[in-house]
Design a protein around this ligand. Sequence first.
Ligand SMILES: NC(=O)c1ccc[n+]([C@@H]2O[C@H](COP(=O)([O-])OP(=O)(O)OC[C@H]3O[C@@H](n4cnc5c(N)ncnc54)[C@H](O)[C@@H]3O)[C@@H](O)[C@H]2O)c1
Length: 447
Amino acid sequence: MKQQQVLPAEGRLGIMIVGNGAVATTFMTGVLMARKGLAKPIGSMTQMDKIRVGRGDEKRYLHYNELVPMPKLDDIVFGTWDVYPQNAFQAAMYAEVLQEKDILPVRDELEQIVPMPAAFDRNYAKRLDGTHVMTTADGKMPTRWQMVEQLRKDIRHFRDQHQCARLVVLWAASTEIYVPVNEQVHYHLSDLEAAMRQDDRQHIAPSMCYAYAALMEGVPFVMGAPNTTVDIPAMWELAEQQQVPIAGKDFKTGQTLVKSGFAPIIGTRCLGLNGWFSTNILGNRDGLVLDEPENFRTKEVSKLSTLETILRPDLQPDLYGHGNDDDTQYYHKVRINYYPPRGDRKEGWDNIDIFGWMGYPMQVKINFLCRDSILAAPLCLDLCLLIDLAARAGRSGTQRFLSFFLKSPQHDYTRGELPVNHLYQQYTMLKNALREMGGYEADEEMD
Ligand SMILES: NC(=O)c1ccc[n+]([C@@H]2O[C@H](COP(=O)([O-])OP(=O)(O)OC[C@H]3O[C@@H](n4cnc5c(N)ncnc54)[C@H](O)[C@@H]3O)[C@@H](O)[C@H]2O)c1
């Protein structure tokens, strides 16, 4: 066995989270509870999964920390930024995802996590009215470049204050309005920097300031929302220049997880698809922000992309094309409805119109009563621990092996690369990356 050069996971790992809302507080509370032995990290691959290494008689199943050096939960220290000043205990209580009995045992630790003022522009999330935001001396919104400079200071200060050996920045803040990729601004690092310096508020979202600041400080960055942020060539260039890994975008939690797991059933059996209609009701603050059409657009683009690479009309026109020149693909629609009574307990409905032998139609209905933040929290942990691992393994740029966790995995669209959305192919990519980092051979054998 030839162990790849992976640096040990010694010292503290600082996880700096943009957003101190439902997902972030559920994630932090769960980690703090787990390390006290009061909860189990269910749904977390890094804590629960075992990967097979070797074949035949040599076959063994190893936890991630037996395969590669991984940080212990005890080594993690949290920090956040938010537009609301409440500490993580208050924010967890407000979010109402977890019951008091699951928060109170770690109240003291959560109270210590007080958000730093956010780099925020209300045009990017009109439904938020928080005032805990960065301002200039005369009370104005800072320029984009000033935001970057303050964020870099925040990161350095946090690293020193908590004596962190390594850091990760995770975006678990609201979905911003849709920022289409603009070749003049987003393709080259020099153009991106110029736009930041010119305070181009139209093309530079606040999230880009966080990502830019993190990468400049040599800190890996994970985008958990569908924001464009690091999904642009200029950021890939910066990540390579700084030799830092990045991952994005949009946590793959409820409906899209089901979609990327179920669509392979249709594709593998060569069944046809006429349409897939997904709708859901959601009542938390995320739902409120997504109720704004410009913010929903960002989410819609991310959610729609999932099926396209699994059920491909170009490869199977009889199954996935309507045979009509104007509309060569099955009908795919995604809706999110803000419905306050449900809070974080989202309910999703999928209606799938398929067809079989001789074209006879059939339907599949899926009704998923999930909990958004309960599904997202383990993904936060895994993404942070695995991007830290990637950094210690000397990897930089887009980490495709993390596609498993993401609804709209980053890929190089400038070269026509297609993302991998198929859940089981993503799982193979994840396992093989771990095997390789652990010094084992990558393979595609059945487990
Ligand atoms: N829960 C899921 O299943 C899931 C899945 C995929 C993606 N997401 C995404 O994760 C993100 C967080 O979801 P949530 O349910 O925790 O939402 P939330 O509204 O409870 O929390 C988001 C927090 O981000 C803060 N925020 C907004 N802009 C900010 C900025 N510029 N800087 C710092 N803080 C800022 C808000 O004030 C809010 O407290 C959303 O973008 C959501 O779309 C969630």
